[in-house]
Ligand binder design. Structure first.
Ligand SMILES: [Zn+2]
Length: 410
């Protein structure tokens, strides 16, 4: 096969485009391919599609294409321009690349695949492109994906905060719980941080939200109440967040008790911190004996732990009435425990009880966004080159947004 014909195949060029010539540059390990088009044709205006003859040609440009073996391959062409009576002089659409791209669409597809599996720096080495070029491909892919997404309704969302980077700066994350995707990333964890998400939604999208999993965080609550119709029936305080609050109370009780015991030379609680934080069924085998001994002692910490474990069972209730009954009993126990940190948490839970009970109407949790959280952690660790928070956001959309990232070819 003649090399001109070969490259027409490799580049997927179709009429009216054809390969004019091919040059192999051994010294620089490059293949240069020139494409040209047949003359006397009508071309569509890129804005309105009206057919018209060539007005002139833009200067020659080059697009990086998939390598030919280890040779970097570049496609060269002079894009035709049309002069539309309505839209003026415009360059026609080229079948191998998006407007203004410096790579062919097939190369961008490959680059996107590589970027999904490695960080930007790794991609620059594999693809032999610069950091800025790799980043630019990633950024374009996200912009393309966000554009293509349209006004999809997310019926179940999770709202969560996440601290990123140094100095405990927060972002607000909204996840689609059914698709396990990040829908929105906002700066900070204020009311406005979440307001901006809702402001970007249509009325239909806001009405389409059926349930929201979240922690008890007043700024988010205020934003949801303002923007989501019938919010009170839809807000579900996430069981894992609730258990985290309870776990912290147990830990505070332990710290205080340990302090008192130690003063009297009693080391009973030394090194026991994590034992009390496990869910009972998750406690590793090797600690069972030690933990049973500790539990049998008359410790405040053991009481706090038992109250915590009893709370966990709430979510196993089959009916909302049973859950209410369970909570009433638990609340009585907790508030009579004479353990101040436990009482504090119990009172907070009662204040927010109605939206703890909504779980039994919408059994959702933030577990999905927790999974996304650890993915985000990995992204910000490999972020090396993510020079600022805007970059991190784009990288999160790229890896966690569930977006259609590829350029459309032909
Ligand atoms: Zn036009």
């Amino acid at each position: 096969m003649h090399d001109i014909e070969l490259y027409r195949y490799l580049l997927g060029l179709e009429k009216p485009w054809a390969v004019e010539s091919v040059k192999l540059d051994l010294k620089n390990q490059r293949v240069e391919v020139w494409a040209t088009h047949a003359e006397g044709l009508q071309w569509p205006c890129p804005a309105c599609g009206a057919m018209m003859p060539v007005y002139d040609h833009a200067p020659e440009r080059a697009w990086r294409h998939l390598d030919s073996c280890q040779f970097m391959t570049f496609l060269h062409a002079r894009p035709p321009r049309v002069n539309c009576t309505e839209h003026g002089v415009l360059q026609v659409r080229l079948p191998w690349a998006e407007a203004n791209a410096r790579f062919t669409a097939l190369f961008e597809r490959l680059a996107i695949d590589v970027l999904r599996e490695s960080d930007v720096l790794g991609a620059t080495r594999i693809l032999r492109i610069s950091w800025d070029e790799a980043w630019h491909i990633l950024e374009r892919a996200v912009a393309r994906g966000l554009m293509a997404k349209g006004e999809r309704v997310c019926s179940q969302i999770g709202v969560d905060e996440k601290s990123v980077g140094k100095g405990h700066r927060y972002v607000t994350l909204v996840c689609d719980l059914s698709g396990s995707t990040v829908e929105y990333i906002g700066d900070d964890r204020k009311k406005e941080s979440l307001d901006r998400y809702f402001q970007g939604l249509s009325q239909e999208q806001r009405e389409g939200i059926e349930a929201i999993a979240m922690d008890m965080w007043d700024p988010y609550l205020a934003s949801i109440r303002e923007h989501v119709p019938q919010a009170e029936e839809k807000i579900v305080f996430d069981r894992y967040h609730l258990m985290t609050h309870m776990g912290k109370a147990v830990d505070t009780v332990r710290k205080r008790e340990h302090g008192v015991l130690k003063k009297g030379g009693d080391e009973t609680l030394t090194g026991s911190k994590y034992l009390w934080l496990y869910a009972q069924e998750n406690l590793p085998e090797k600690y069972h004996e030690l933990f049973n001994t500790l539990k049998a002692k008359d410790l405040k910490t053991a009481r706090a732990w038992a109250i915590k474990e009893n709370l966990r069972e709430l979510w196993g209730s089959r009916l909302i009435e049973w859950a209410r009954l369970h909570f009433r009993r638990w609340y009585f126990w907790a508030t009579h425990s004479r353990l101040e940190p436990v009482i504090k948490v119990a009172r907070m839970f009662r204040k927010y009880l109605e939206n703890i009970m909504t779980y039994f109407i919408h059994p959702i949790t933030n577990a999905v966004s927790e999974g996304i959280n650890s993915k985000i952690q990995r992204i910000s660790n490999m972020a090396y080159g993510y020079r600022n928070r805007e970059h991190l956001k784009i990288a999160i959309y790229f890896h966690c947004g569930g977006l259609q990232l590829y350029p459309v070819t032909h």
